[in-house]
Design a binder for this molecule. Structure first.
Ligand code: FPP
Length: 272
């Protein structure tokens, strides 16, 4: 009997998907989308052409992730540093691109049962962009499938600062600092990502080996997959290849692997 493959996967995606262990798909994948500028430069195009081409990569990746049943996907679209350090013209272009993406994509998100969320300091974005973001979030709020979180004007250090402030504010309204008890769950509940499990897998495109201030708390035990593919060339099949690589890794969370922890039973297992 043929394995059941989700509808909508193309031939190459189907090939990689068949090799995956369906029972061990990551529950949350985070992606650092990088290489738009280099993609454009190689083609002697302005940087913004790379960002425009990056939208097709977003579309393909989001649809494939939803089709194979990934519960959560988070895309690092725009860092706080991008916002502050890039020319105003590029920032303005990215804002326009985001607005147009949201308007055009809501029907597809709804068709794929995807709920949209955001992380980052949204209140610092232009008012019209905030309105569009709000509209798209509400328009997809009833969907029960994959949660697509866009990191916009996001910085992990700012997120931690905001979380600590929020913990202290909550304590002040709840009997004061004397009774304040902080543990890892407390911090997690005050992060922007409180609606999500920690990512199991983080993908970075364009070959750079950095986390670039992305989800520093949440990625503590994530598997890292770096591909040389530049973001505008990235498609659903590359995501599936990343998942295949993830499934080859052994996650130990600081513990031992099975054969080191149980040498006797492992020896028996290899003999039988
Ligand atoms: C990094 O490439 C990419 C960005 C700063 C922007 C990402 C935006 C998109 C993929 C398109 C819009 C997104 C959505 C969600 C609609 P870079 O410019 O740093 O590339 P470089 O390192 O090669 O210069």
């Amino acid at each position: 009997m043929q394995d059941k493959v989700p509808t909508g996967l193309d031939r190459k995606e189907t090939e990689v998907y068949r090799r995956l262990d369906r029972g061990r798909l990551p529950k949350h994948i985070a992606i650092i989308m990088d290489g738009n500028g280099r993609w454009a430069k190689r083609r002697h195009l302005p940087r913004v052409a790379g960002h425009r081409a990056g939208v097709s990569a977003v579309r393909s990746t989001v649809e494939t992730a939803a089709r194979i049943g990934i519960p959560a996907l988070t895309l690092y679209a725009f860092s706080e540093e991008n916002w502050k350090k890039r020319p105003q013209s590029e920032v303005g272009f990215l804002m326009g691109l985001l607005s147009r993406y949201l308007k055009a994509e809501v029907p597809t998100l709804n068709k794929n049962n995807i709920r949209l969320e955001y992380i980052g300091r949204q209140h610092e974005l232009p008012a019209d962009v905030q309105q569009r973001m709000d509209w798209a979030r509400k328009a997809t709020a009833r969907n029960s499938g994959m949660v697509l979180t866009l990191a916009l004007n996001y910085s992990a250090r700012s997120e931690l600062v905001d979380a600590f402030r929020s913990i202290v504010d909550a304590a002040a309204q709840n009997g004061g600092l004397d009774h304040l008890h902080i543990d890892e769950d407390t911090v997690g509940r005050h992060l922007y990502t409180r609606h999500l499990p920690d990512p199991d897998l983080v993908v970075r495109t364009s070959g750079e080996m950095r986390l670039s201030n992305f989800l520093l708390w949440q990625l503590a035990y994530a598997e890292i997959y770096v591909t040389p593919t530049l973001w505008p060339d990235f498609r659903g099949v590359h995501l599936l290849e990343g998942i295949a690589e993830y499934q080859k890794r052994e996650r130990r969370y600081g513990g031992l692997n099975h054969s080191d922890a149980h040498p006797e039973t492992s020896a028996l297992a290899t003999k039988s």
